[in-house]
Ligand binder design. Structure first.
Ligand code: AMP
Length: 219
């Protein structure tokens, strides 16, 4: 089973992808998390990716595509994967289709979480993330019980350097120019499930599970 979570930065892909991955027992692969880990570990890949990420633009395909394809070839990914943040342009989508086809596999469904631009900016500007487990919080919508600490694991909360007003603007521009065309790509392939992403985390989660249930993917 291979499911892609598609949507703008701030649409809630990370939270919902983690929830569905757990529910379906699939591996959650977030390309942004893989890149941030590489930066934290000071690897060659991390050093190459850092400046792009700080500016809010896409890390070049020759870095991002092999990184994700290598990750999905791990034995633990055999039962299937939930992709979060990948693919982000047509070249990545085609590379993923090709790599899966070589193993007689294919993307099953694409969950597209739709949220209006005004709401995206509001969400990203108040976002705090756990440094340890990546759980997201929001100063107004979903504050932690103890300020600065993750409710789930007690890890330290931080604001991503690319959640500054300038980087957020750039990331949204990049999304609309390069990633949004994937909505048509997967719609034409008959794989798109469009979900209204406005509202609370649980409410949106229920909509996604209901849609996957309708496709006989989720019970
Ligand atoms: P995210 O955590 O998904 O919001 O991604 C944060 C940043 O990582 C993006 O703004 C890009 O710079 C980079 N990134 C994440 N996924 C990709 C990808 N599939 N292709 C290129 N760059 C990516």
């Amino acid at each position: 089973m291979y499911i892609i979570f598609l949507g703008a930065p701030g649409a809630g892909k990370g939270t919902q992808a983690a929830y569905v991955a757990q529910k379906l027992n699939l591996v959650h692969i977030a390309s942004g998390d893989l890149l941030r880990q590489a930066i934290e570990q000071g690897t060659e890949l991390g050093m190459q990716a850092r400046s792009y990420m700080e500016k809010g633009v896409l890390v070049p395909d020759p870095i991002s595509i092999p990184m994700v394809l290598e990750r999905i070839s791990a034995p633990e990914c055999e039962p299937g994967v939930i992709f979060d943040g990948f693919p982000r342009n047509l070249q990545q989508a085609e590379a993923l289709d090709k790599a899966l086809a070589q193993q007689a596999k294919a993307i099953d469904k694409v969950v597209y979480i739709k949220v209006c631009e005004e709401e995206l900016i509001k969400r990203l500007s108040g976002r705090w993330i756990c440094r340890n487990c990546q759980m997201p919080y929001h100063t107004i919508n979903s504050p932690p019980k103890v300020w600065g600490k993750c409710d789930k694991c007690g890890g330290e909360l931080y604001q991503r350097p690319d959640d500054t007003a300038e980087a957020v603007k750039k990331r949204l521009e990049v999304y609309f120019a390069q990633t949004a065309p994937l909505i048509d790509y997967y719609s034409q392939a008959g794989k798109l499930l469009e979900i209204d992403g406005e509202g609370g985390v649980d409410e949106v989660g229920k909509r996604i599970v209901a849609a996957l249930h309708g496709e006989r993917i989720c019970s």
